[in-house]
Design a protein around this ligand. Structure first.
Ligand code: AMP
Length: 195
């Protein structure tokens, strides 16, 4: 089955995707991870991507759709994808729909993780502090200034996808404020309904 995890930065998409990979043997496709890999390439494109990401803005649809297309083409046949942090715009959602049709695959569910903003700020600033304390690299966009831009990008460009997928009958919302285990349980029961 192929699913999308939808939600603002800090909602827990990456954490829950990692659990689904472990439990269901699915393939996680995170455009954020792909872009973090691309930015270290030292190319002009990589540098441009780095500047946009650090500011907290969205990278162009063209770049992101290209990355997803490449992954889907190289992985073809595996199936069982978790789209994490993609799509983030209506154009990306349309492109994903078309790519899946081309591959003869379905989109089985879109899981929205609902969380409120105060918690997001706490989680993200906390994530940066924890990484720092553990001597791990801190994401350049995990600071309050970039986070404000990331949240605005979510509300302006990504949240319309909630209506889009609701209208298609694909949307299921879960409480992202619950504990990690409880969120995982809610996702599992949402997925059972789509199987
Ligand atoms: P994430 O790791 O999903 O929080 O993504 C980190 C950053 O990468 C975002 O703030 C954007 O700058 C960029 N990014 C990730 N996924 C996308 C996407 N689907 N469309 C545009 N930009 C993206």
């Amino acid at each position: 089955m192929n699913i999308i995890l939808l939600g603002p930065p800090g909602a827990g998409k990456g954490t829950q995707a990692a659990r689904l990979v472990e439990k269901r043997n699915m393939v996680q496709l995170s455009t954020g991870d792909m872009l973090r890999a691309a930015r270290t390439s030292g190319t002009e494109m990589g540098n441009m991507v780095a500047a946009v990401m650090d500011r907290g803005d969205l990278v162009t649809d063209e770049i992101v759709i290209g990355l997803i297309r490449e992954q889907l083409e190289s992985d073809q046949g595996k199936g069982g994808y978790i789209f994490d942090g993609f799509p983030r715009t209506l154009a990306q959602a349309d492109a994903l729909g078309n790519l899946l049709v081309e591959m003869g695959e379905n989109l089985d569910a879109v899981i929205e993780l609902q969380v409120d903003d105060d918690v997001l700020v706490e989680r993200i600033v906390g994530r940066a502090k924890e990484a720092e304390a553990a001597g791990q690299p801190v994401r350049a966009d995990d600071n309050e200034e970039s986070l404000r831009v990331r949240l605005m990008a979510y509300y302006k460009q990504t949240s319309p996808l909630i209506g889009y997928y609701h209208a298609k009958g694909d949307l299921q919302s879960v409480d992202g404020l619950a504990s990690m285990d409880d969120v995982a349980t809610s996702i599992a029961s949402a997925l059972r309904k789509s199987e």
